[in-house]
Each structure stands twice: as C-alpha cells, then as structure tokens.
Design a protein around this ligand. Structure first.
Ligand code: ADP
Ligand code: ASP
Ligand code: MG
Length: 418
C-alpha cells in the first residue's frame, strides 16, 4: 500500500488499443492496493504535428501561443485514458496542469516547476479515484499556461511523486529500460539494471533522451525512487535509478550519447583584454540563452578567438544579440557552424583515470573521425564531431568501452502518422 506515480509516453498512448493497455497497467497497480496517479504525454507524434502546424501558419510563432497550442496534446490523452479506466469499471478523473496547480516560472516553452499543489490530488485519491494528469504543462501564478520543454512529461511525473512523497515513480516507455546508448543506433547494446542519479543526469543532459534531464535532477533532489521500464512488457522491471550511497561499483563508462541539436559560433579577432568574454556571455545570459561548450584560443598578436555552442533553436536570438554587442567587443567576424554533433561518454568510474580520455580520442581517430572541440567534467568527456559522424562515433565508443551485448534490444517505436 502506497502512492505510485506512473508516466506513459507518447508511443504508449498512440492509439485507442494502446490507451486500453495503459488502463490495464494502471488498474494493476490500483488492484495491488496502491493510490495511483498517472501522468501521460500527448498521443504518438501529436506534439511534432502541432509544431509543424504552427510553422505552416508562421515561421516565428509567439511563445505564449505555442504553449497554448502544445498543451492541448496532453489534454486529449488524459481525457481518453480516464474514459478507458472508467470503462474498465474503476473511478478515474483527468486533470490538466492548471487544475492540479502545477505552478511554474513565468517563461514559455521551457518553464521550470516551482510548486505543486497537493490538496486536490489528495482529495481525489481519498475518494478512490485514479488521477490522470497532463504531463509537460503547468501554469504561472498569473494563470498563464506554460510548457516544460520537449520530453517534459517525465519531469511532471517526478515532481508530482516528490510533492506527494510517493513510494515510486515508474516511467513507462517504448524500450525495456536505460541502455548504454540509444538502442536505435546500436541494437546489440547492454541494458543497465541500476544507474546513479548523477550518471543518468549527465547522460540525459548530453542527449540520452529516454529521460528529461530535469526529471532526474528532481528525483535526485527529493530522493524519488525512479524506474524506466517498458509499457509493452510490464513484467520487466527495467532500470532503477538511485542515489550514489547505494551504488557498489562504478563502471568507467556507463553510457554514450550524442546531441545534434547544437550549433557552434566562432568570434575571431577579439581584443585580448579583460571584459571581452564577460560582455559576450553576459549579454547572452541576460536573454536566457544557455551556452554549453566554450573554448578561447591563445592570444596571437594581441587578438584571440572564442568558440562556443548554443542550442540551434537559440541561433537567431544569439546572432541578433552578438550583432548588438559587435562594436563593443570589436570582433571582426561571427562564423556559424551548423554541422556539429556532441558525442559524450559518461561514467562515475572515470574519475582520476586519464586513460579513458586517451582511449576515447584513439577510438575516434581509428575511425577517421575528426574532433572539433573537447570538454570534460569529472564524470563526462564530450567531443564535437561532424554531424554525419555522430552514429559511427557512438558505435566505435560502445565497442571501445565494452558496452555491446550479444542480445538485441527491443524497441517498440512504431508510431502512426497523425
Ligand atoms: P516517451 O515518448 O515514452 O517519453 P522517448 O522517445 O522520449 O519516449 O524516449 C524513449 C526513447 O529514448 C527510446 O525509444 C530510445 O530510442 C531513446 N533513447 C536514447 N538514449 C537511450 C538510452 N540510453 N536508453 C534507452 N533509450 C534511449
Ligand atoms: N508531448 C511532449 C513532447 O512530445 C512532452 C512529452 O512527451 O514528454 O515533447
Ligand atoms: Mg520522453
């Protein structure tokens, strides 16, 4: 007996039959004597379809209106799932973010949750309802609808689990758990039974989109026991994500991921004097633009250059801002490189093992893959490569670090076209 939060992604609720399968999985937990809250994503490719629709109306949609539009996807699936559960003879009620009181910051398209009201959730649970909550959305204190960023339903689920002090949060998806890399790229890849919050967080941040990074951040902060498991094979317990204190051994490399969603910007001919970097990155920060990798070259003849990466979605804004500060920083050139992918290896066991970085660079070199930029943290090494080399880099690194398996991973990602 406890509180269980379940989350089902888009593939799991892609059609009416699958919605009934989800209803069965939810009822199974309820029959075990648990209070159940289910968070769902929009059906199948709905969010992609809505984005495409908006782009057909205007190339530059307003972010408030985009949130109004995208939040409708989840409202469809919650109502349908609540109906399916009721059809199976159980009490169910659907709630959108505003009805629950999922309060977020006042930022559109990537808002963070700041508070979750639990009074209505507790009331409906007490009345024996299965509660079906719309993922990915929230509301500002002023009543404006917001969304949490692509893949954000994972974060909705974990945040609700944290707010209700749930016993478990199970993220059901179209693969059997967390693998050492995306099984769509390397099908014969090892599955991970247990991984630490820290490693999972790094993996999610560098492109393992099986979990939204902020969901892992929230699970770590509030110590929510988190599982990633398959909605098509309910008997498989998938992957458990837990705190460091419970880990016995760390592998040097737990996983490999790639992120092709960034662009690189090069500012050359900058004066080698204090304040240049502060002006560039200060202006970007003021406009909420996150910068990832940064390299400043050695000064030559009193000038140097700075290269950095940002999200491709932020490119237009970044260039506008750089043009505004161009005269202040005296750069003679702003170059843009869209042909990049960041390939990373992650593992808590790589701390103090310099050989791991050398092995990574050698494996890439042996596959004739050129490295454009490198960045490291305690448990992660990232290399920027050309986009077309990303998959072969992942394959080479999985081989190099012994992450391949003799078994082929099961992926159920066959989605209907909406
Ligand atoms: P959902 O709609 O259920 O949220 P997502 O598409 O967001 O599903 O996440 C599941 C997908 O994540 C898988 O189909 C897989 O292709 C991808 N993925 C990327 N990296 C990994 C990884 N390391 N382990 C498992 N799946 C991964
Ligand atoms: N529907 C949203 C998306 O496709 C949120 C989610 O699925 O987690 O990004
Ligand atoms: Mg997802």
């Amino acid at each position: 007996m406890g509180i269980i939060v379940q989350k089902f992604g888009g593939t799991s609720v892609a059609d009416p039959q699958k919605i009934h399968n989800v209803a069965n999985a939810v009822i199974k937990e309820k029959k075990n004597g648990n209070d159940v809250i289910v968070v769902v994503s929009a059906m199948g490719h709905t969010t992609d379809y809505l984005i495409k629709l908006a782009k057909e109306v205007t190339q530059n949609p307003d972010s408030r209106e985009m949130d109004m539009l995208l939040s409708t996807g989840e409202q469809v699936s919650i109502a349908l799932l609540a109906m399916a559960i009721q059809q199976h003879g159980y009490k169910a009620i659907s709630m959108n973010g505003q009805q629950v009181g999922i309060i977020t910051e006042n930022i559109h398209s990537k808002a963070r949750i700041v508070d979750i009201k639990t009074d209505k959730l507790n009331k409906y649970l007490k009345e024996e309802n299965i509660i079906v909550v719309a993922g990915f959305q929230g509301v500002t204190p002023d009543g404006e609808i917001t969304t949490l960023g692509r893949g954000g339903s994972d974060t909705s689920a974990v945040a609700i689990a944290a707010a209700l002090k749930a016993d478990r949060c199970d993220i059901y998806t179209d693969v059997e758990g967390v693998y050492a890399t995306d099984p769509r790229i390397v099908p014969n890849i090892k599955k991970t039974d247990v991984i630490s919050y820290e490693e999972m967080l790094e993996l999610a941040r560098v492109g393992a989109n099986v979990l939204h990074p902020r969901s892992v951040e929230t699970a770590k902060q509030f110590n929510v026991p988190l599982r990633v498991r398959s909605s098509f094979n309910l008997d498989n317990l998938g992957t458990l994500i837990i705190g460091v204190e419970n880990m016995e051994i760390y592998k040097p490399v737990a996983g490999v991921a790639a992120d092709s969603s960034q662009v690189r910007i090069l500012l050359s001919g900058l004066p080698d004097q204090p304040g240049t970097a502060a002006k560039v990155f200060g202006a970007l920060a003021k406009n909420h633009i996150s910068v990832d990798m940064i390299i400043q070259s050695l000064a030559l003849n009193g000038t140097n250059s700075i290269a950095f990466t940002v999200d491709a979605d932020d490119l237009n804004n970044t260039v506008n801002i750089l043009n505004q500060v161009k005269n202040e920083i005296n750069t003679n050139e702003i170059l843009i490189d869209k042909n990049i992918a960041k390939v990373s290896i992650v593992g808590a066991g790589m701390v103090d093992r310099p050989g791991i970085a050398a092995d990574m660079f050698r494996a890439l070199a042996e596959n004739n893959i050129n490295i454009k930029m490198i960045s490291t943290s305690e448990i992660k090494i990232s290399c920027l490569v050309e986009k077309e080399n990303a998959n072969s880099a992942i394959k080479a690194l999985c081989k190099e670090f012994g992450l391949e398996s003799t078994e082929t991973a099961v992926v159920k990602g066959d989605l209907p076209n909406l």
